[in-house]
Design a protein around this ligand. Structure first.
Ligand code: SF4
Length: 338
């Protein structure tokens, strides 16, 4: 019963976000622009991903921040910068993804950002590694109005956790999840989703993960295929599962060129305000402009963004960024959900 209420709350937040102000008409015009293959248009993105910080408190083996290979300076976005950005999307944004690289809970103004977005009826999803020692986060996460929380536990044993995340904090994270679930009792959200990353060392652990998801009482368990190719890093294939059905397809595996819809419906804003086409541009190499100092609509309709869209339509397999991408078949990135 509990999870039906949480699920209904999540979807009603999404419906409210779609029908707030002119967002529904903006969404329609975005879809029409994509269908008509227009590379310049008036509608703004429906999905916006904002990186509150690119700093992290763990060292995961398949993450360029964790590996120390992120070339962008370490930076937290300020609350003022965040509001300046969000205000530009007020009439378009339905879904805010409030994470990219880095651990969002390290930004001390994160909960103010979530509250601000919720005042504007935006659906907010956050992803955290769940590792923190300041217990005030428990109340804040549950009570700030957040709609969905993903916790990247990634492993189901402390041994694998140590090997993959280089940290002894497995049981601290489990304890934090238990405390969040306890704090949520009698409340309607957030929807809580715990994630397993299926690397070689835990590819046999799916049933163990299922038991853990049930025992914790979270709303969903998501099993993700790992990604090993990152810009500027030699791929560590030792983490790839042995079972080929758990390996992500790369762009080369698709015999038909599929057009990506992301440059029409979404955008990614890095912690310094730089606008990049999607979350695969981790180093910010396709920086279209700085949305803290420039109006986003100008950036969205700039020559460089337009050129990028037209390349996606005509020649996406020759865009170096897209060659690392597995989003061409988004659902293929997941093994399943529990
Ligand atoms: S990298 Fe992937 S998601 Fe990003 S624009 Fe290219 S095809 Fe789309």
């Amino acid at each position: 019963m509990r999870s039906i209420v949480v699920l209904l709350t999540k979807y009603s937040a999404l419906v409210k976000a779609i029908f707030y102000k002119k967002r529904f008409f903006n969404a329609l015009s975005t879809v029409v622009s994509y269908i008509l293959k227009k590379d310049r248009f008036l509608a703004l993105p429906l999905f916006v991903q904002i990186e509150p910080t690119n700093r992290c408190n763990l060292n995961c083996s398949l993450c360029i921040t964790g590996l120390g290979k992120l070339r962008r300076p370490k930076r937290d976005m300020s609350f003022r910068e965040f509001t300046q950005i969000i205000d530009q999307f007020e009439e378009s944004i339905i879904y805010l993804v409030l994470y990219n690289l880095g651990e969002p809970l390290l930004n001390t103004q994160l909960y103010d950002m979530i509250k601000y977005a919720k005042k504007k009826k935006i659906f907010v999803r956050l992803s955290s590694n769940g590792y923190f020692t300041e217990k005030k986060h428990i109340k804040d996460i549950v009570n700030c109005g957040l709609d969905e929380l993903i916790i990247s536990l990634d492993c189901v044993s402390p041994q694998n956790y140590l090997k993959y995340k280089n940290s002894h904090s497995f049981y601290d994270v489990i304890n934090n999840i238990e405390l969040i679930i306890k704090e949520r009792k009698g409340k309607h959200g957030p929807f809580i989703n715990v994630q397993l990353l299926l690397i070689r060392d835990n590819e046999e652990d799916i049933s163990q993960f299922r038991c853990l998801v049930r025992r914790l009482g979270v709303d969903k368990g998501l099993i993700k295929k790992p990604r090993v190719n990152f810009p500027g890093v030699i791929p560590d294939t030792s983490f790839l599962p042995l079972n080929s059905k758990y390996i992500r397809k790369s762009y080369k595996d698709f015999n038909r060129i599929r057009e990506c819809i992301r440059p029409w419906i979404s955008t990614v804003i890095l912690s310094d305000g730089s606008v990049v086409p999607c979350c695969f541009d981790m180093q910010g190499e396709y920086n279209f402009g700085d949305t803290i100092n420039l109006n986003f609509r100008q950036i969205w309709n700039s020559d460089r963004y337009i050129l990028f869209r037209s390349q996606i339509l005509t020649d996406s397999n020759h865009i170096s960024l897209c060659q690392q991408c597995s989003v061409k078949d988004f659902f293929d990135n997941f093994v399943g959900r529990l």
